[in-house]
Design a protein around this ligand. Structure first.
Ligand SMILES: Nc1ncnc2c1ncn2[C@@H]1O[C@H](COP(=O)(O)OP(=O)(O)OP(=O)(O)O)[C@@H](O)[C@H]1O
Ligand SMILES: [Mg+2]
Length: 382
């Protein structure tokens, strides 16, 4: 039996998974088109799940793409020399993995090249890719390299500029481009990584937006469970899950997990609003990774508190302006979003409640205003 996953990437054979078919088709089209794509979104919004599934879908459609999948998570404190040395090893490992998976062998020339070629900086990285492309072109099966880099924002700061410059050089070159397409995935955008505010050399980027789940996608997710287990959710339960989470992927799954695995509701019973209220109260109280990220982030800078107070006070509101560093940072962390009338809004009602609790002394009384008599009134925080 599959489950609702809340820890890291989800896999369709183990978890219920929203297909995100439209976004996947768009992403694949951009890869085929040779774009250099950046996908920056807050933690736990489904980035890794999404691009990995998209690459698997691409491989099924067309096996001539040669995928190289990297993850920069560990490199933050590396100096550029160690970074490029490790990068070479990881790229070679990936190349070998792809050959093995397809039960093929690299030519002698390619095998020799992989063993004997160093990467010491961004220029030798570009040269590495150029030579790799030449070797690859001798094998008519492979045509285009697709490079994806997860957790890109952990790239050593001292290596960032050169790395991006070389990618730009490759992108703009008139030879066969290797990599043909690049996907960069992370939490902070390139502009935010360039702390010196110099203009990013990566002005060829193609930004990809990964939206929260729509109501239909939450229905799709829970529908998979109902089809497998036979237990129905009342439609208003699904609508309320969507409303309280605003489609935040991990919170949607966490809600469903509490209802289906932790509350001991007999599988023969339909899940109703009474159950929902209990699950909701738990979600408002418990600590989970997502909520811990939220509360840690909002406490990072004392200026966040006053801005969040102004947003929550509702009287005048705060215009959503990404040129404002504080607004920009809170949006990057996925705490706020652009709401109606282009004003700042807290991402979802669950976050709103948890933020109020985090700053409780300053907001006494606001709970009443935010949780009127309608659905699932939470307990007043004590
Ligand atoms: N397609 C999906 N279907 C169902 N749930 C999903 C999907 N994508 C993401 N999720 C939910 O979001 C959680 C995080 O997914 P994932 O690790 O892919 O996100 P991420 O943005 O890469 O996170 P991080 O920033 O921590 O690396 C999953 O554990 C799951 O609860
Ligand atoms: Mg990830």
């Amino acid at each position: 039996m599959r489950r609702f996953g809340t820890q890291g990437r989800v896999y369709p054979d183990k978890h219920y998974v929203v297909a995100r078919a439209e976004e996947t088709a768009d992403f694949i089209d951009r890869i085929k088109d040779g774009r250099y794509i950046v996908l920056f979104a807050p933690r736990q919004t489904g980035k890794t799940t999404f691009f990995r599934l998209a690459l698997e879908a691409l491989a099924l459609q067309d096996s001539t793409y040669f995928p190289i999948q990297l993850n920069f998570e560990e490199y933050e404190d590396y100096d550029p020399t160690r970074f490029y040395a490790s990068l070479r090893k990881e790229i070679c490992k990936e190349i070998e993995r792809v050959f093995q998976k397809r039960e093929m062998h690299p030519s002698d020339g390619l095998a020799h090249f992989l063993v004997n070629t160093e990467i010491t900086d961004h220029v030798s990285m570009r040269e590495f890719f150029e030579t790799f492309a030449k070797h690859l072109s001798q094998n008519r099966h492979w045509q285009r390299v697709v490079l994806t880099i997860d957790e890109f924002d952990a790239i050593p700061r001292a290596a960032l500029k050169g790395f991006l410059r070389s990618l730009r050089y490759i992108y703009l070159s008139d030879q066969i481009r290797c990599p043909h397409s690049v996907g960069i995935v992370g939490v902070k955008g390139i502009a935010q990584l360039n702390y010196d505010r110099s203009i990013s050399p990566f002005n060829i980027q193609d930004e990809f937006h990964l939206p929260s789940f729509t109501l239909e996608q939450v229905q799709e997710l829970i529908g998979q469970y109902t089809d497998e287990v036979g237990q129905a959710f009342a439609p208003e339960v699904i609508a309320s899950i969507h409303k309280q989470t605003a489609g935040q992927p991990v919170l949607v799954n966490r809600f469903a997990q509490i209802l289906t695995e932790e509350m001991d509701i007999p599988k023969t019973e339909t899940i109703t609003m009474a159950h929902w209220t209990t699950a909701h109260a738990q979600l408002l109280e418990e600590s989970n990774v997502n909520i811990t990220h939220l509360t840690t982030n909002v406490r990072k800078d004392p200026r966040f508190e006053s801005l969040l107070m102004r947003i929550m006070a509702r009287d005048e509101g705060v215009a959503f302006n990404l040129d404002d560093d504080i607004i920009n940072e809170l949006a990057t962390y996925g705490v706020i979003k652009k709401g109606v009338d282009d004003m700042c809004e807290i991402l979802n009602p669950i976050y709103l409640y948890r933020i109020m609790r985090a700053f409780k002394p300053a907001v006494n009384g606001l709970e009443q205003e935010y949780f009127p008599e309608d659905i699932g009134k939470p307990p007043i925080p004590g």
